[in-house]
Design a protein around this ligand. Structure first.
Ligand code: LLP
Length: 423
């Protein structure tokens, strides 16, 4: 469910015609809907409230780190899941209270740990024994105690794309669940460490509940053992990962209601405070990438729609073979024709869709690449010396530029010439 739809023959973001935004900021640009962000937050939190679960929702800000997006969710009560000092700084700046921030990631440095401790975050999700020792040292030196959960690797196949699967034993994430009891025992002996919970995150864009269930059953059993060993486990962080619909012809992924009911069934009896770290589910369908056709090129075998957005703006199709729906901004009832939608970057991989049926479009026409709110702008680059594109947020019939288009001065000005080349 989102707030991008046709009205009077053209596509709107909430109450605002996309054409109007394109005229104001140029193309390409990302456009986000506040109403969709807010609705997704509400649907997810209500699903858990219906089950009577004590929930802290920590938005995985990596999915979209624009402060306006984080701030929209924070205003509703969202916490944040961060994976770097940069993300932590942004979340704090966007108004997320430190006591609602969890810190994940396999490679937190001593400096990052110190900054997080100074900030007073809620919890560190620790992913290895060396990291545990480092945190113990940093916290002790600061005269503090770090609240920690271990991220357990449950060795479960998430049945998603290999590049975004994280819960198999061959993946770099978490501590092996078979060693968990020893590792918790070690943590209990260390100064500066307060064990409070357990964390698990098995991957992203999961479209079935079964892998979650398998992982959660595993950690539920483990929590009972750990409690019997004398550890206080009062928080259970279940990570993110619930998938969203990208391709309208695919079956719908499980609903937040079904997910929350499964959580209640599998781990409800433990009485833990549940933390979840959804990213994509909150922001994915709350954003689109709007682009303009530059040329239509008739190749020998196929028709190419060459647009002004490229893989550097949205890398998901080239990186994960991801499907994104592509629709014209002006509604038409002309018959779709198969075409390849490609960008200007000098790589064959700079392709958004192959042989995709799309109504005929001409040079200058606008189109929207849907479901681009998560892992879109945040993964963009300036490859081919292309400027970072603007981001726009719509709310209550108006829009605001929340990241302006980069200028050539800003981009090229980043380089510094050594004195032997400087003029
Ligand atoms: N928590 C942790 C520890 C994570 O590593 C992630 C995502 C999340 C939560 C949020 O997962 P989500 O609810 O968004 O699925 N760039 C890829 C996705 C990478 C996901 C990385 N970790 C893509 O575009 O599909």
């Amino acid at each position: 469910m989102d707030h991008f739809g046709y009205r009077n023959g053209e596509m709107y973001a909430e109450e605002v015609p996309l054409r109007e935004i394109a005229d104001a900021v140029g193309t390409p640009f990302y456009c986000y809907s506040s109403a969709t962000l807010e609705r997704h937050y509400q649907v997810f939190t209500e699903a858990f409230a219906k089950q009577g679960l004590d929930l802290l929702l920590c938005y995985a800000v990596k999915a979209n780190t624009n402060q306006a997006v984080i701030g929209t969710l924070a205003a509703r009560g969202s916490g944040a899941d961060v994976v770097s000092e940069g993300e932590l700084r942004r979340a704090l700046k966007a108004g997320v209270p430190a006591e609602k921030i969890v810190y994940s990631g396999v490679a937190k440095t001593a400096r990052e740990m110190a900054f997080a401790l100074e900030s007073g975050i809620y919890q560190f999700n620790v992913e290895s024994v060396p990291e545990l020792h480092q945190l113990s040292q940093v916290a002790s030196e600061m005269g503090q105690e770090a609240a920690i959960a271990f991220r357990i690797n449950p060795d479960v196949d998430a049945k998603t794309h290999a590049k975004i699967s994280t819960g198999k034993s061959e993946n770099k994430f978490g501590v092996p669940w078979v060693h968990a009891r020893d590792i918790y025992a070690e943590a209990a002996r260390l100064p500066g460490i307060r064990v409070v919970g357990l964390d698990v995150h098995i991957g992203s864009q999961l479209t079935q509940l079964e892998p979650f269930r398998e992982a959660f059953e595993r950690v539920a059993g483990l929590i009972e053992q750990l409690r019997a060993d004398g550890h206080e486990i009062s928080r259970l962080d279940l990570g993110g990962g619930l998938g969203i619909p990208y391709d309208p012809t695919d079956p719908e992924p499980p609903s937040p209601d079904a997910y929350a009911a499964m959580v209640k069934e599998v781990v409800g009896h433990l009485g833990c405070r549940i933390i979840i770290e959804p990213g994509r589910l909150l922001v994915g369908n709350a954003g689109i990438l709007v682009s303009r056709v530059i040329y239509v090129k008739e190749g020998e075998e196929r028709k190419f729609l060459i647009i002004d957005a490229a893989m550097n703006d949205l890398v998901r199709p080239s990186m994960y073979d991801a499907y994104h729906e592509i629709v014209p901004v002006l509604e038409t009832d002309e018959m779709p024709e198969p075409c390849d939608v490609v960008g200007p970057v000098c790589e064959t991989g700079d392709t958004f869709a192959r042989a995709r049926p799309i109504p005929p479009l001409g040079s200058g026409d606008l189109l929207a690449i849907r479901s681009a709110g998560a892992y879109g702008a945040v993964m963009s680059s300036t490859y081919n010396t292309r400027l970072l594109v603007p981001e726009v947020l719509v709310k209550d019939g108006k829009f605001a530029v929340i990241r302006p288009r980069q200028s050539y001065e800003q981009l090229i000005g980043l380089d510094q010439l050594p004195d032997w080349l400087a003029q």
